[in-house]
Design a protein around this ligand. Structure first.
Ligand SMILES: [Zn+2]
Ligand SMILES: [Zn+2]
Length: 81
C-alpha cells in the first residue's frame, strides 16, 4: 500500500516508508528514541519504555545465563541483537 503523508522527521510530504517517516528519515533515524524508564537515557526504544540493554537486564536474565553457559560473552549477546 502506498501512502503519501507528511514525514514526522523532515516535515516534507512524501511517500511514507514506515512509522510516518519517509525512506530517507527511516534509514537515518531507525527506531524512535525514547527516554528509558530504567536508566533515563535517550536511547532507541526496545519495549515497555525500556532501552534494549535495560529490557534484557530486567526481563531476560535467564536468557543471558543460558547465553553465558554457551561460553559466549554478554557483550556478544548485545552485538547479536
Ligand atoms: Zn523524512
Ligand atoms: Zn535503559
Amino acid at each position: 500500500m502506498v501512502t503519501i503523508n507528511t514525514c514526522t522527521e523532515c516535515n516534507v510530504e512524501k511517500l511514507m516508508h514506515a512509522r510516518n517517516m519517509c525512506g530517507n528519515c527511516y534509514k537515518r533515524v531507525g527506531v524512535p528514541k525514547k527516554e528509558c524508564s530504567n536508566c533515563n537515557e535517550l536511547k532507541p526504544h526496545h519495549a515497555k519504555d525500556l532501552c534494549t540493554r535495560c529490557y534484557i537486564n530486567l526481563n531476560h536474565l535467564d536468557y543471558i545465563k543460558k547465553y553465558q553457559q554457551n561460553k559466549k560473552s554478554v557483550a556478544q549477546l548485545f552485538k547479536d541483537l
